[in-house]
Design a protein around this ligand. Structure first.
Ligand SMILES: [Zn+2]
Length: 215
């Protein structure tokens, strides 16, 4: 089927079979405004289907998606910062109490850190953006002896990147302040496309563990 026709058909089915389920909640959210408790930062990857994988509903998540689920460090250079403004809005206006950086397996962004990106203007912004994964790559390569093959290196890079992005979150003064006062908790999650499972980053043990043991 034509990809757009497919989406139109999907919307018809959504309205017919599922919209009623959310109707009352949405009415309330329209009248009183959204009050999400979670800023969810994930990858643009089309295989990440947030509402399916964690059962979130309208109003639950303020979502920021970008290539690689990267967090650009805080900047005051006055340029257009779409990612940073979404983060600021979540923190300062919506006052979310949780930030989840959700990376994933088979991430094209992390893999491309090991590939040559064409040096042309058609890729100029991708090349720049991928610099945000460089630290994770370097950390991974330092421990290269631990990994048997490329796949394991990519996986380690994906997981190390989440930790780097959590660190970048703390460069935002408002986030640092609110983490220190425990108004905000930050979480690193890793979603596996192979089986839909999620692991969380345990800062104390510096390792990823099954989400079922979390909280
Ligand atoms: Zn990705």
């Amino acid at each position: 089927m034509h990809p757009i026709k497919n989406l139109i058909r999907g919307n018809k089915l959504f309205r017919k079979y599922h919209f009623d389920e959310f109707k009352d909640d949405l009415q309330e959210l329209i009248i009183n405004g959204q009050k999400p408790k979670v800023l969810f930062i994930s990858c643009c990857d089309s295989r990440i289907t947030t509402d399916f994988m964690i059962g979130s509903k309208p109003g639950d998540l303020f979502t920021l998606r970008n290539i690689g689920n990267f967090v650009p460090p805080y900047s005051t250079d006055g340029e257009f910062h779409g990612n940073a403004s979404a983060i600021e809005y979540a923190i300062s206006v919506l006052k979310v109490s949780n930030i989840i950086v959700c990376g994933h397996s088979h991430c094209g962004a992390c893999q491309s850190l090991y590939e040559d990106i064409p040096d042309t203007n058609d890729y100029i912004n991708i090349r720049k953006w991928l610099e945000l994964g460089e630290e994770a790559k370097q950390i991974t390569l330092k421990n290269k002896h631990l990994y048997k093959n490329k796949e394991e290196i990519y996986k380690a890079t994906e997981k190390n990147s989440i930790i780097c992005q959590l660190k970048n979150l703390l460069t935002y003064p408002a986030i640092k302040r609110k983490v220190d006062t425990k108004e905000i908790t930050i979480h690193g999650w890793y979603y596996d496309l192979m089986d839909g499972s999620i692991e969380y980053y345990n800062e104390k043990s510096n390792s990823y563990e099954n989400i079922n043991n979390y909280l």
